[in-house]
Design a protein around this ligand. Structure first.
Ligand SMILES: [Zn+2]
Ligand SMILES: [Zn+2]
Length: 135
């Protein structure tokens, strides 16, 4: 499946399916998405590659070892690749094809905005959890 930024300068491909996906309500995810929460799919880095526009990528290190990539032209959130962990985190809404995944949980619900009510039946966690335990 393929994804891209808003201006189309950056394109990427994920060859295999996602391992898991989730919503995150932490303040950093909210701010970088400009939305009530962020939604991410998680996959193996070896299944991921940039098709074009890698030179347009820039990153913001929101905490030690956690870089959040975005397009320097349009500002769209882009995947972050953590090669040493064989892990890629992809903002799910930047995919152009069906992601084939359904988020399993809401994380950092303690930071949720007051003007959005979670209306699904997914598990809710006050902070972060190890997603591998939810697979
Ligand atoms: Zn762009
Ligand atoms: Zn978050």
């Amino acid at each position: 499946m393929k994804g891209s930024c808003a201006c189309g300068g950056i394109q990427y491909e994920l060859k295999d399916k996602f391992l898991i996906s989730n919503h995150c309500h932490c303040s950093i995810c909210r701010k970088v998405h400009g939305a009530a929460f962020g939604t991410f799919g998680h996959a193996k880095a070896e299944e991921f590659h940039w098709i074009q526009g890698e030179e347009l990528l820039t990153g913001y290190q929101s905490s030690t070892g956690n870089v959040r990539n975005f397009c320097s032209r349009c500002g769209a959130n882009m995947p972050s690749v953590f090669k040493h962990m064989n892990y890629v985190r992809i903002p799910l809404a930047t995919l152009d094809d069906d992601s084939g995944t359904q988020p399993v949980a809401h994380l950092y619900v303690k930071s949720k905005v007051p003007w959005f009510d979670i209306a699904d039946n997914l598990s809710q966690y006050p902070e972060i959890v190890d997603l591998r335990e939810l697979v």
